[in-house]
Write a new protein. Structure first.
Length: 501
């Protein structure tokens, strides 16, 4: 044995080389300053029922400690499906019934209601803000007597499964920052998305599929763009980014072998590539190298698992009848709902389904009819399908957009034609399934659905509640990046306990 191995305090000892790679100067000074105090604290914590000492060689790593103790408590939900209606569906034509508006038809929005609140540039120059009551009827449905628009007859059939929040609110008044805020907890791009945070905190129960999968409807108007950063990992390790599954020949980009290559030696190639990456990791100690290796391995396994899960042709006719005729066409919203159910059955942790086309500044009645017709039957079928398969009891389903719409018409108002501008101060969305009250409506808005009068729910509150249902304390799911500890809810958010079952 060499003298270096006999003397553990020699500067060239492997332990010191490992520390040199993994600990930068700031971390070294910080941790060594606490020295014996950290060791003493570790010994005191040793009997607390959790393993608090799986950290680095000097002091313990808070992020590693977090991962060793998640979930923080027994979760109500094991998986999440987020049906994101990109563009901002109008609450007036869906779930927030305002019968008193009929007597204000065409009148200018009272200043006492607007109270100087800012408008977008699209309607700020209007000389008048004429009140536009919904041209659609509402009826009560289910044992819960929930008010739901006639545009959503199938959704009305599952009214007793829904927990409708009518008092959502946000600060962002334009699409990109508003949608980014909902997905990442910040209006500026670059933060990890909700699915990435959950993947980072809870990992995956299916080693052959990503824990965070994204689906985008092909049968939706492209009125507002979607960006891959909405399901990005931000500063989290890259294996936690969302993976988009597409319809067609290549469901996952660059996953299939090139033409003319059968892939017989793929396993051998990956083994050699891993050896090269391991050598690089020993030299540099960059955790992203390990993430890259994990992604290569996942891609290898997905070559078998993805074709199988993407094939819905073997679904019985009864399933297609339930979801509607469009469900037979891969890539449609209806087909993606079936695919989402298949992914849940394989324990994918977070499925995000985006459906664009809800930005109705004009011709709203006509556009809402067509949009609701596309999503209504498949959404209700999805709830029914999960329930009959025993999945709804531990799956959280979310439906909603990034903000709501204004009570006043943008542009010319007639009895059967109007448009609505963006309105972040109050809007509706719903949750169903694991851990939330069924057949329940929460929050109230004024007669103009312009301001919240009871039980406001901020975007950060919604995010904190979602994490809570997954067994995560939103204040403890943190990641240190560039000297600061970040979390999905930033420094805000409270769990909405009143909607929990």
């Amino acid at each position: 044995m060499s003298s270096n191995h006999r003397n553990p305090f020699h500067i060239n000892h492997p332990v010191f080389k490992e520390l040199d790679k993994q600990v930068n100067r700031r971390d070294f000074l910080f941790k060594s300053a606490f020295g014996l105090g950290v060791l003493a604290t570790g010994s005191l914590l040793a009997g607390c029922g959790k393993d608090h000492n799986k950290g680095s060689l000097i002091g313990f790593d808070p992020q590693q400690k977090l991962l060793n103790t998640l979930p923080h408590f027994i979760p109500k939900a094991k998986r999440v499906v987020y049906l994101c209606m990109s563009g901002g569906p109008s609450q007036f034509e869906t779930f927030d019934y305002k019968p008193e508006l009929a007597r204000y038809f065409g009148q200018d929005l009272p200043e006492s209601i607007r109270n100087g609140q800012r408008l977008t540039g699209m309607s700020a120059n209007q000389s008048q803000l004429p009140v536009a009551p919904s041209s659609f009827r509402f009826n009560r449905h289910g044992k819960s007597s929930t008010w739901i628009s006639e545009l959503l007859p199938y959704t009305a059939e599952v009214a007793d499964e829904l927990c409708i929040i009518k008092s959502m609110h946000s600060e962002a008044i334009n699409h990109d920052p508003a949608l980014t805020f909902f997905q990442t907890g910040n209006q500026l791009p670059g933060r990890p998305s909700m699915g990435s945070w959950i993947s980072y905190g809870l990992g995956s129960e299916n080693k052959n599929l990503p824990s965070f999968i994204v689906l985008v409807s092909k049968d939706a108007p492209r009125d507002q763009p979607l960006y891959a950063r909405l399901w990005g990992n931000g500063f989290l390790p890259s294996e936690h980014q969302g993976v988009q599954f597409r319809s067609g020949k290549d469901p996952v980009l660059y996953l299939n072998n090139p033409d003319g290559y059968e892939g017989a030696d793929r396993r051998e190639m990956l083994d050699y590539l891993n050896k090269i990456n391991e050598l690089q990791n020993e030299t540099i100690g960059d955790p992203e190298i390990n993430a890259r290796m994990a992604q290569y391995e996942m891609a290898f396994r997905m070559q078998t698992s993805v074709p199988e899960v993407m094939d819905i042709s073997d679904e019985p006719n009864e399933v297609f009848d339930l979801y509607g005729e469009a469900s037979k066409d891969p890539g449609t919203y209806a087909a993606n709902c079936i695919l989402a159910r298949k992914l849940l059955e394989r324990d994918v942790k977070f499925v995000q389904l985006y459906h664009q086309g809800w930005d109705h500044h004009g011709s709203l009645p006509e556009n809402m009819k067509s949009q609701c017709k596309v999503i209504d039957q498949p959404t209700a079928a999805f709830i029914k399908d999960l329930k009959r398969r025993g999945l709804l009891e531990d799956t959280l389903v979310i439906w909603g957009g990034e903000f709501g719409r204004t009570v006043y018409s943008q542009g010319i108002l007639t009895s059967d034609n109007y448009g609505r501008d963006h309105h972040p101060r109050c809007f509706s969305m719903w949750m169903a399934g694991a851990g939330v009250k069924a057949g329940f409506s929460y929050g109230e808005t004024d007669d103009f659905s312009y301001n919240i009068v009871k039980d406001p729910v901020h975007v950060h509150d919604f995010q904190a509640t979602l994490l809570h249902l997954m067994g995560i304390n939103h204040e403890e799911l943190v990641f240190k990046f560039q000297g600061r500890r970040y979390r999905l809810t930033d420094v805000h958010g409270s769990v909405v306990h009143d909607i929990l079952a």
